[in-house]
Design a protein around this ligand. Structure first.
Ligand code: KG4
Ligand code: ZN
Length: 344
């Protein structure tokens, strides 16, 4: 029996330095041999957001160490690797360049094929690392930089059904967290704050809820939160505002997802379709619960990546690399970093 392909994936598009090795498997779900993610929270904390030059420097300092750890942990040797895949965009150009050049150098010195990966496609395919998933499916991608509903029709085949017209959802979480005095990165901590509050305490707007199909808008929420933060006096009121924000987001996503499911049905009707939620914000438990509800109510199977695969990681980059490897889609070593790469 020939050995199943092994892909080494590299991710450095923002503030995570990550390397992973995965191996194809007859079950249809690849095996994650190793998945090392090194976050830079401490580097950027005092600045309240990611500082590109500091992030790039940190990638340069760590990438070879993280790669070595991933190779050691995988239990395979480099001569068993079939191809190198690295994120080519979108992201911060100074950060992308580090992982991309590291990947190209590895491919060149080992004589292996090189595959450039769209980071967003990594998120889109991330659930394939823990469940068997067939095309087409409806994808809700909710991360720090993107919020989109897409019909995923095949590898590299995306049709956008809706998108945010202003802030991304992760950005809305982070900005709201900042207004509540929660330190960077705010999204996950805001969720914890919300658990201690009364979600009915403050009424927040649901921008473009009755128009624009399944397009999204979150900027108005931030303005409303800012107005309320000026009036609140107690710690409990902060928890209440976090809970009201979390509840409003859940309601917006419930209504907009219902529209997106119906639009997806119009172009891809099958008896049972899959609804996939991916990206950093897909780790939010309240959002997961609400999206499971709207999905099952509309006869879609809800599918989420494992919580540890929602945020940025290199296993999802290797996942796209594996599909491209099997489809014979390779890139030259002259592939540039593309900070503004889109999916559709
Ligand atoms: O996908 P990701 O790791 O990076 C991008 O490609 O953007 O997403 C990061 C975003 C951040 O805005 C972060 O605050 C948010 O995802 N996030 C969360 C949660 N965990 C991460 N937002 C709300 N609730 C969470 N539990
Ligand atoms: Zn991401």
């Amino acid at each position: 029996m020939t050995k199943k392909p092994i892909i080494l994936g590299i991710e450095t598009s923002c503030d995570e330095t990550a390397v992973s090795l995965i191996q194809d498997d007859e079950s249809g779900v690849p095996k994650i041999l190793s998945n090392i993610v090194s976050s830079q929270f401490d580097v950027h904390k005092e600045f309240g957001g990611v500082v590109p030059e500091l992030a790039a420097r940190s990638h340069v300092e760590k990438i070879d160490l993280i790669a070595q750890q991933a190779i050691d942990k995988s239990g395979v040797s480099l001569d068993e690797v079939s191809a190198i895949a690295a994120t080519a965009g979108p992201g911060l150009i100074v950060c992308l360049t580090v992982g991309l050049n590291f990947g190209k150098a590895m491919a060149s010195s080992l004589g292996l094929p090189f595959i450039g990966v769209n980071h967003l496609e990594g998120h889109a395919l991330s659930p394939k690392l823990n469940s068997k998933l067939d095309y087409p499916y409806l994808l809700l991608l909710i991360s720090g930089g993107h919020s989109q509903y897409l019909s995923v029709n095949g590898l590299g085949k995306y049709k956008r059904l809706g998108t945010t017209i202003d802030d991304a959802l992760g950005e809305a979480f982070d900005k709201t967290a900042k207004l509540l005095g929660i330190e960077f990165p705010g999204g996950p901590k805001l969720e914890k704050f919300a658990e201690k509050g009364n979600p009915e305490k403050f009424k927040l707007p649901q921008p473009i809820i009755n128009k624009g199909g399944c397009n999204l808008s979150f900027a108005g929420l931030k303005t409303a939160v800012l107005r309320i933060t000026k009036t609140i006096k107690t710690e409990q009121e902060k928890f209440d505002l976090a809970a009201s924000f979390q509840k409003t987001i859940e309601e917006i996503l419930y209504i907009k997802t219902k529209i997106a499911l119906s639009e997806f049905n119009k172009i891809n009707f099958q008896n049972k379709n899959s609804f996939v939620v991916a990206g950093g914000v897909a780790a939010n438990k309240g959002i997961r619960k609400k999206l499971v509800k709207v999905s099952t109510e509309n006869n879609f199977e809800p599918i989420f990546p494992d919580i540890n695969l929602c945020g940025d990681n290199a296993a999802m980059i290797a996942m796209v690399g594996l599909e491209k490897f099997k489809a014979n889609q390779f890139d030259g070593l002259d592939l540039p970093a593309s900070p503004r790469l889109a999916l559709d």
